[in-house]
Design a binder for this molecule. Structure first.
Ligand code: MRU
Length: 358
């Protein structure tokens, strides 16, 4: 997607083989291109959320393996293990590493470097194309609302745009396409405490593309739905189970409950790499990342004179808990938007779209 007229992907390589990312901890204040020279730097970027968002984490992990194979092709298992440990909830990370493992482990070390770069590039290209198709398959939902009532108000949580994927995004892809087609679409952007992916990243992306949007406090969604201000909720996801349960950024479940209570359709956009057919019960089985309490007790932002500062907002001495994701049971999900089409959030519907995953 474009920023100030320049097309970007969220991860890419250049002739030197080093990996480039946009440092998302600096956004929206600075557009800082970070150069990853080693697999340890790739692991660090994922762990510290310089890159984040399920599909992007997978792509950067795949490039991390390529960096490892460039350095020492005998250290495949070590690189796979270290990269897999960086974040627990998004299944795309393990999916991408498994693709690298199965492509590389039977190759002689001398052939691993080239193959690892090729596999990472395929994963990245596949993600960009997959997300474009998700956009095409989600677009009719917005067109139907526009045909009925003119303006379309979408609510989204966290960041599931191009910054969270390689390009286009998942939840935001249909929105970009609707906007580009001239639909009157407006997005309610949940700020998404504690890391503010909505206020910082989704708002930045939508603004960069000229999509009308309004940032709201995370707790505003229910109120907006009660007053008819939300036509549809579309979110991304970090893992969808065989039965259609959906893990996503903490707070997603509350939005789904409010949507159910108000008769607002609640859609989840995902690529094939986010499906975890080995898990049935999302609440019981999906590991939920627990992050530092300081993300809750503190806030980082830019002062009026341009300094980036972190301040404490919680009472001194109070401890904080910080579960980073929650699971929305499939009964609250209106449907799934995938690159193969839309379907209900249940096993039979998922298997009809993805029979090879049975
Ligand atoms: O902790 P993050 O920022 O990596 O969490 C990201 C999300 O929860 C996204 O909504 C999800 O990964 C979908 S991204 C297409």
């Amino acid at each position: 997607m474009k920023l100030n007229g320049t097309a970007y992907r969220s991860v890419w390589t250049e002739g030197d083989g080093d990996v480039r990312i946009l440092d998302q901890t600096k956004l929206p204040w600075e557009l800082d291109i970070l150069r990853l020279r080693s697999w340890e730097e790739a692991a660090h970027a994922i762990r510290t959320m310089q890159v984040r968002g399920a599909p992007l984490i997978g792509a950067v992990a795949a490039y991390g393996v390529a960096l490892a194979m460039r350095e020492d092709p005998s250290r495949l298992d070590e690189a796979l293990h270290t990269l897999a440990e960086t974040r627990p909830t998004a299944i795309n990370l393990r999916w991408a590493l498994e693709r690298q493992r199965s492509r590389l482990h039977n190759l002689p070390p001398a052939e691993r470097r080239e193959a690892a770069y090729a596999e990472a590039a395929e994963i990245a290209d596949d993600d960009a194309e997959t997300c474009r198709r998700i956009g095409e398959n989600g677009l009719p939902l917005l067109e139907a609302i526009a045909a009925r009532k003119g303006k379309v108000n979408v609510l989204t949580h966290c960041n599931a745009g191009w910054l969270a994927t390689v390009d286009w995004g998942t939840a935001l892809a249909p929105i970009y396409m609707a906007h580009d087609k001239g639909l009157d679409v407006h997005v309610w952007v949940d700020e998404t405490r504690p890391r503010n992916q909505g206020a910082a990243l989704t708002a930045f992306e939508l603004g960069g593309h000229g999509v009308p949007h309004t940032v709201v406090a995370d707790n505003a969604g229910g109120h907006l739905m009660q007053h008819g201000e939300v036509d549809i909720v579309i979110v991304g996801t970090d893992r969808v189970t065989r039965t259609g349960d959906v893990a996503n950024k903490i707070g997603t479940y509350l939005k789904a409950l409010a949507a159910k209570d108000n008769g607002v359709p609640f859609w989840v956009a995902l690529p094939h790499s986010t499906l975890d057919m080995e898990v049935r019960d999302g609440v019981a089985e999906i590991p939920i990342e627990e992050r530092a309490g300081s993300e809750v007790t503190e806030l980082t932002g830019r002062t009026a004179d341009g300094r980036i500062e972190t301040v404490r907002v919680a009472a001194e001495g109070s401890p904080a808990a910080n579960p980073a994701f929650d699971v929305t049971p499939s009964r609250l999900v209106t449907g799934l938007i995938t690159e193969r089409g839309r379907c209900a959030a249940n096993e039979a519907a998922l298997l009809a779209l993805y029979p090879e995953k049975a």
